[in-house]
Design a protein around this ligand. Structure first.
Ligand SMILES: Nc1nc2c(ncn2[C@@H]2O[C@H](COP(=O)(O)OP(=O)(O)OP(=O)(O)O)[C@@H](O)[C@H]2O)c(=O)[nH]1
Length: 198
């Protein structure tokens, strides 16, 4: 079985760092502007297609690409930095938008994980753990605080949490666009490709 996951959040919150940490177990520091979908297996029976993209103002609103992304995904990883209050506020708005876009599901069933990243930078913290936890409670989402820089295990845990939610929601058969279809769409929109692979 496979499922699609999209990583979202504002600029420099660590979306690529989290993705690369999951895929390679490593933290490499700088990631560049990479738009890509990666496949990652969890055991023998489950593969996640993970779409990581650099933040762009164009995607911050309900553009058609944003909507395609939301429709394509079965699960969502919404990342903010614990040092960046604006990024936390943006996650809160994203949750509402995703839930209203995925209108064929009951809103509380949409598998969403809220991730407070950069936990290692506690001396610069501006968003309390409790705020993240409360947001998750009020919106029926999961919540994790992680440090992509320091820790692989917490990153792995957040994907396992999402996987469990997706299994519960049994969403994988309702996908409007197949994997190949979305890759084509991405190529057309961005007119650029990456060849790196992990
Ligand atoms: N201290 C610390 N720095 C981090 C952590 N995660 C990412 N960073 C740094 O934050 C910066 C942005 O990380 P990216 O992974 O590129 O962030 P992004 O959200 O993909 O950014 P965009 O592509 O601009 O949307 C880089 O300099 C990373 O090294 C973390 O857990 N702790």
């Amino acid at each position: 079985m496979d499922a699609n996951v999209v990583i979202m959040g504002t600029e420099s919150v660590g979306k690529s760092a989290i993705t690369v940490r999951l895929l390679t177990r490593r933290f490499i520091g700088e990631y560049g502007d990479i738009e890509s979908i990666y496949g990652h297996s969890f055991g023998r029976e489950f593969t996640l297609n993970i779409w990581d993209s650099p933040y762009s103002e164009d995607l911050s609103v309900e553009t058609s690409l944003f909507e395609k992304k939301v429709q394509w995904a079965d699960g969502y990883v919404l990342v903010y930095s614990i040092c960046d209050r604006a990024s936390f506020n943006s996650v809160s708005r994203l949750i509402q938008t995703i839930k209203s876009t995925k209108d064929y599901l009951s809103a509380d069933k949409v598998p969403i994980v809220i991730v407070g990243n950069k936990r290692d930078l506690h001396h610069r913290r501006t968003v309390l753990s409790e705020e993240g936890r409360l947001l998750a409670l009020n919106t029926d989402c999961l919540f994790y605080e992680v440090s992509a820089a320091e820790n692989y295990h917490s990153v792995l845990m957040l994907f396992h949490g999402l996987l469990d939610r997706m299994k519960d929601a049994k969403l994988t058969s309702k996908r409007p666009l197949g994997f190949r279809g979305i890759v084509k769409t991405m190529s057309a929109v961005f007119a650029r490709r990456r060849t790196d692979s992990f």
